[in-house]
Design a protein around this ligand. Structure first.
Ligand SMILES: O=P(O)(O)OC[C@H]1O[C@](O)(CO)[C@@H](O)[C@@H]1O
Length: 544
């Protein structure tokens, strides 16, 4: 079992605190000037991925102490516990086995005395055969046609990951239209449905619990739309359920053949590797879906087997802890230089903030240090024209992950890619070095302005440079952040796999909904009561 160790009480934390006094005002520009080998010292090359972390406020000593911290809190054991099916999600009494979903070896994975591998392999076969039948047109609509569109109804982990991957793999797409409905927002729901033909649309209802209100309400509306459009004939052929609640899905009207499983040992935000990712498989074909899983599995092996000094997710987690807990930098940005990764920051937000937004240690006491970093981002180059000004000259320091690709999609002309990547390299260089003295531009002849045009650099960033954006490299990239998240949770001594805060929000919304329905507002704080009463009176006024 994972040890319960308060990181701030460890020897290495204490040493890091002292070391921070030495490092706080060290400028990275000087570190680079003193050491021409810095980049070759602080990088890891793994498969087709290069991770350069030399542009960080660290020395060899910093790294050594951070690695000591990881060892002191028992990270090695925590990693093997996760892979081996130990019930590390203690607050929900569950194992955490998203890694098993992408493990293609014959090795059993036991949770207590049950080998979960069998049901995982069976589900993969189900995904494969359904995908093949669907894409080939053998699986037909209720009136014998080929399906043209798929709607994925789900929210949070049942939406963000699959949507992000399908966007990212645009170059691998077939001609099936894939649409995502997550929010309970009728305007968006009907705008989507109005463009589709119920006669040729398949609806995937994706909900681990099958009780999430947003998903179930949307699913009811869409089922009604199908019933009208199909004249009530063969509606069940147009519905698939992906859930850990088989009975609920069947009760809803999904045919028993069309229920795909989910399990309690896979958290929603880590579930795109399961049948939750069915929309991915339908959009890009099963082979590419499997490639995605294989890429993640390769990263899993790297995470499990590499020394901490060579371990990319561990290094990323340690750097993040260095900034969060010692420098006090609260946010981190992720900037992929690929339009296709537009949804990547949103997926990471759930993965990271739902996991590590916790304030209790594993023994239930309040933490006395900062946990969960705030994560945000947008694609480059666009982000440069939106918020990079604050990175360069603002008063806050925001460590950034730059993610870029050496090659664009195979077989396409390369011309604009160099422009994109010049920006990628140029930005992290500017953030490191800044520009003081003579100013940067040809029109700096106006001396009064030159101080405004100075910027001091010393802004940290990681660079992840990947061969190209393929299902395999994408799988590895996602898994990389999953493991980074886990490492941070271990070091912070928190439970990363529950989400009681969000669940409480769901509970309150349900109560309020019934108050609105009855038109009687119960006791709330004065602001909430005021707002609810205002809403009711305006609404009633409009309805009159
Ligand atoms: O798949 P479900 O059970 O509908 O849950 C959807 C999402 O709701 C949450 O429980 C809370 O946001 C997430 O963890 C989960 O991904």
């Amino acid at each position: 079992m994972i040890r319960n160790i308060n990181p701030s009480g460890t020897v290495s934390w204490h040493k890091l605190r002292n070391h921070f006094q030495e490092m706080e005002y060290v400028r990275m520009q000087d570190l680079f000037a003193e050491d021409s080998e810095r980049a070759s010292r602080f990088h890891v090359k793994w498969n087709e991925l290069l991770f350069d972390y030399s542009k960080n406020k660290i020395s060899e000593e910093t790294l050594r102490l951070l690695v000591d911290l990881a060892e002191e809190v028992g990270l090695k054991k925590a990693i093997s516990d996760m892979f081996e099916g130990v019930r590390i999600n203690v607050t929900e009494n569950r194992a955490v086995l998203h890694t098993a979903l992408r493990d293609f070896s014959d090795k059993p994975i036991m949770v207590d005395s049950f080998d979960v591998k069998n049901e995982i392999v069976a589900a993969r076969k189900q995904i494969k055969s359904f995908t093949e039948e669907f894409i080939s047109g053998n699986y037909k609509t209720s009136n014998g046609q080929k399906f043209t569109d798929v709607i994925n109804v789900g929210i949070g982990g049942s939406d963000l990951g699959p949507k992000m991957v399908v966007n990212a793999l645009e170059n691998y797409r077939n001609d099936i239209g894939v649409h995502y409905i997550s929010n309970v927002d009728d305007d968006y729901l009907y705008a989507t449905l109005d463009k589709l033909d119920p006669k040729t649309t398949l609806v995937l209802i994706v909900s681990k619990t099958f009780t999430t209100q947003e998903t179930i309400e949307n699913a009811k509306r869409i089922k009604g739309w199908l019933e009208v459009g199909l004249d009530g004939v063969g509606v069940d052929r147009h519905m698939v359920g992906v859930t850990a609640s088989y009975e609920e899905a069947v009760k809803f009207g999904v045919s028993t053949d069309n229920v795909f499983p989910m399990w309690d040992y896979v958290g929603g935000r880590f579930s795109l590797w399961s049948a939750v990712g069915l929309s991915i498989s339908l959009a890009v074909g099963y082979k590419n879906f499997e490639e995605l899983l294989l890429g993640a599995n390769e990263l899993d092996e790297h995470f499990k087997n590499s020394s901490f000094e060579e371990n990319i997710p561990v290094l990323m987690a340690l750097l993040s802890i260095w900034y969060n807990n010692f420098y006090g930098y609260e946010t981190e940005a992720v900037v992929p230089y690929s339009q296709l990764l537009e949804r990547f920051p949103a997926h990471l937000q759930q993965m990271i903030m739902e996991s590590n937004g916790k304030n209790k240690t594993r023994d239930g006491y309040p933490v006395n240090y900062q946990t969960g970093t705030l994560i945000w981002g947008e694609v480059g180059v666009s982000a440069q024209h939106a918020f990079f000004q604050l990175f360069h000259q603002g008063t806050k320091v925001i460590p950034i992950d730059f993610i870029g690709f050496v090659n664009p999609f195979i077989g396409r002309e390369n011309s604009n890619h160099d422009i994109l990547m010049s920006n990628f390299f140029g930005q992290s260089e500017a953030l490191l070095n800044g520009k003081v003295g003579e100013g940067y531009s040809e029109d700096s002849n106006n001396e009064n302005l030159s101080s405004f045009k100075e910027f001091y650099g010393n802004k940290p960033s990681n660079t992840l440079l990947i061969e190209s954006l393929t299902p395999r490299s994408l799988g590895a990239l996602i898994a990389l952040y999953e493991h980074k998240t886990y490492v941070q949770g271990i070091i912070w001594n928190i439970f990363s796999f529950d989400q009681f805060g969000v669940e409480y929000g769901k509970f309150l919304a349900k109560n309020i909904q019934s108050e609105i329905k009855q038109g009687i507002i119960n006791k709330h704080d004065s602001s909430t009561s005021f707002l609810l009463n205002y809403y009711l009176s305006e609404k009633n006024h409009k309805e009159l």
